[in-house]
Design a protein around this ligand. Structure first.
Ligand SMILES: [Zn+2]
Ligand SMILES: [Zn+2]
Length: 168
């Protein structure tokens, strides 16, 4: 009954995003600096929901350097380009995820480890439409974040590799 799904991101999709970002920079007369491209690579190259701090950490891990201001400014440009979506889960900071082809989806946020899980469920989509109609409301969009504890945090560190796996 869980609507979890994974959308493996192909290397081709990531490459297309990177190229689209270069085009966006060129069209807006913004220099395609090594720093900007490195920041874009971090965010566009993952399916995770990264904070600006996460991005800075990833950059350092790859031997690249970029000041906090540059990270924030580049994230802003990425959001303006439509390639990246900004998420506010009321954690006191924003997170960023590549928008590439993601259909509308909801989030589960673990308040202990900060892991974000995505899900999509047609029943929820229908329900929000019905609820809106019941309130004489024309639905445009909605967002849902479920806060709680992920399975790994609930079970504790000792059981991280246990658990049943079904094939596929
Ligand atoms: Zn957790
Ligand atoms: Zn997401």
């Amino acid at each position: 009954m869980s609507g979890g799904h994974e959308t493996p991101t192909s290397a081709a999709a990531i490459a297309a995003d990177r190229e689209a970002f270069r085009v966006f920079l060129r069209e807006h007369n913004l220099p395609a600096t090594a720093q900007r491209l490195a920041i874009a690579d971090v965010v566009l190259g993952t399916d995770r929901h990264l904070s600006a701090d996460d991005v800075a950490r990833e950059l350092r891990a790859h031997g690249a350097r970029a000041g906090t201001a540059t990270v924030y400014r580049t994230l802003e440009v990425l959001v303006r380009s439509g390639l990246v979506v900004e998420r506010d889960f009321a954690e006191g900071f924003k997170r960023y995820e590549a928008s590439r082809g993601i259909p509308h989806h909801e989030h589960l946020l673990c308040t202990m480890c900060g892991r974000v899980t995505e899900f999509r469920d047609e029943r929820l989509e229908r329900m929000t439409t019905l609820l809106a109609e019941a309130h004489d409301f024309s639905r445009q969009r909605h967002r849902l974040v479920i806060y709680g504890l992920c399975g790994a945090c609930r079970r504790g560190p000792s059981s991280s590799t246990s658990g049943m796996h079904h094939g596929s």
